[in-house]
Design a protein around this ligand. Structure first.
Ligand SMILES: Cc1cc2nc3c(=O)[nH]c(=O)nc-3n(C[C@H](O)[C@H](O)[C@H](O)COP(=O)(O)OP(=O)(O)OC[C@H]3O[C@@H](n4cnc5c(N)ncnc54)[C@H](O)[C@@H]3O)c2cc1C
Length: 381
């Protein structure tokens, strides 16, 4: 069993770490404060090829192995969980789904500009009345000649307000009494497509999350992604890969929490000592580091299985479940080590604590990850 990264993976990780420290860390605070999409940062990431990391060179990307992409997300999350999720959704939910299920025409149309950062992608499954229960979607797509007419409301769309193209999952065939889910690439200029709300969230302030209205939205039949009725499979395949990305986000955020906690504990004094000398705090630091390491190993294992073409759905769910729950504990402990200052916006741990909370909710809640894991185990054993 080999736990070492390859030389190329180490080089890439170090390059992204350096880029994140120099180009993202000093700038992101202003976007967070104003709740603005960090376009200049995403453009910078496009320039160094990050937005096309799952796309092959013939379609304009610089395809790397999935573990390299996961290392990239981890490094981004160390400085900004918001930047990390913007990239994760664009690359692993939008680009990867178009690559896997798109026609040659769709790949040629969307992937080169998406890899260069000229267009931004989003992925929209959730609706106001259906999140975990994605079988209960109400958005309908009805075929009319060479088009589909979409009607419905999609909720909680990461990148939604900024995206040029969104994969939208809707119900087809309702009129025949045999409804099934289908996937469509909806472009922002299509008539009947409207952003109706940007959510005010607890965290991830520089990753705007949108509500989308589809009112007789006309989508060319050529923009249907995959066959009619394949929408559930497309969504689930996208989420399997993307969940490893959320796990990497949790690992990166937790790493930053650990470093901040250690650095604070080494300089803060109480009762005539550095607080790092108190065993109670040393135990917290040890717990943080152990949770972090275990989560990182689960995450890399899932990515490695994906790279080796092995089934990885259960392992991705395990990684997402463990790291997202761990990140919440880690953020709690790291803030505790900061005492009152941890509760102040002047300290980075305050943002980490808020950003961690969503990890066990989006791309399938912890309860849903447990269902995925248990269902697979009950079939396997
Ligand atoms: C910041 C943010 C960004 C997001 N981005 C996107 C995006 O880009 N695209 C997208 O499609 N969605 C996105 N989402 C939506 C997210 O995936 C959903 O919020 C999530 O799947 C949960 O759905 P829900 O909010 O409807 O909760 P519900 O499904 O209503 O769940 C409520 C509670 O019930 C539990 N529950 C539900 N069913 C079961 C069950 N069978 N067994 C046990 N417990 C159960 C849940 O675990 C949860 O605790 C985003 C959400 C947030 C907060």
């Amino acid at each position: 069993m080999n736990f070492e990264l390859s030389e190329d993976q180490i080089m890439l990780r170090d390059l992204i770490r350096d880029f994140a420290q120099k180009e993202i860390a000093p700038k992101i605070g202003a976007f967070e404060d104003k709740h603005l999409f960090p376009k200049v940062i995403i453009d910078g990431l496009a320039k160094i090829g990050i937005l096309g990391m799952t796309v092959p060179p013939e379609l304009g990307g610089c395809r790397a192995d999935y573990l390299s992409f996961i290392l990239t997300l981890e490094e981004l999350a160390r400085v900004s969980a918001a930047v990390c999720v913007i990239v994760s959704v664009h690359v692993s939910l939008f680009c990867s789904s178009v690559l896997k299920f798109g026609s040659e025409q769709q790949q040629q149309k969307f992937l080169p500009p998406a890899s260069r950062g000229e267009i931004l992608g989003a992925f929209s499954l959730t609706e106001p009345g259906a999140g975990s229960d994605a079988t209960n979607l109400k958005t309908k797509a009805v075929r009319s000649g060479d088009e589909y007419i979409l009607n419905g409301t999609k909720a909680w769309v990461t990148n939604g307000g900024e995206a040029d193209a969104l994969i939208i999952i809707a119900q087809t065939g309702a009129e025949t009494g045999a409804p099934k889910l289908s996937a469509f690439i909806v472009e922002k200029g299509f008539p009947g497509f409207k952003i109706t709300k940007i959510e005010e969230k607890m965290g991830l302030h520089s990753s705007p999350t949108a509500m989308v209205a589809l009112e007789d939205c006309r989508v060319p039949a050529g923009n249907r992604l995959g066959e009619e009725g394949r929408g559930a499979a497309i969504a689930l395949a996208g989420l399997d890969g993307s969940r490893i990305g959320i796990a990497a986000q949790a690992v990166g955020l937790s790493q930053q929490a650990l470093e901040l906690a250690v650095s604070y504990a080494k300089q803060r004094e109480a009762f005539g000592k550095k607080i790092a000398e108190f065993q109670a705090l040393q135990f917290m630091i040890a717990d943080i580091a152990t949770l972090l390491d275990a989560g990182r190993l689960l995450t890399y294992r899932a990515a490695d299985l994906c790279d080796r073409g092995q089934p990885f759905g259960k392992e991705a769910a395990m990684a997402k479940l463990f790291t997202s729950e761990a990140a919440n504990k880690i953020a709690y402990l790291a803030l505790q080590i900061h005492g009152g200052y941890g509760y102040s916006k002047e300290y980075a741990i305050e943002r980490i604590y808020r950003d961690a909370r969503v990890l066990s909710i989006y791309e399938g809640t912890s309860e849903i990850q447990r269902l995925v894991i248990a269902r697979k185990l009950l079939k396997e054993l």
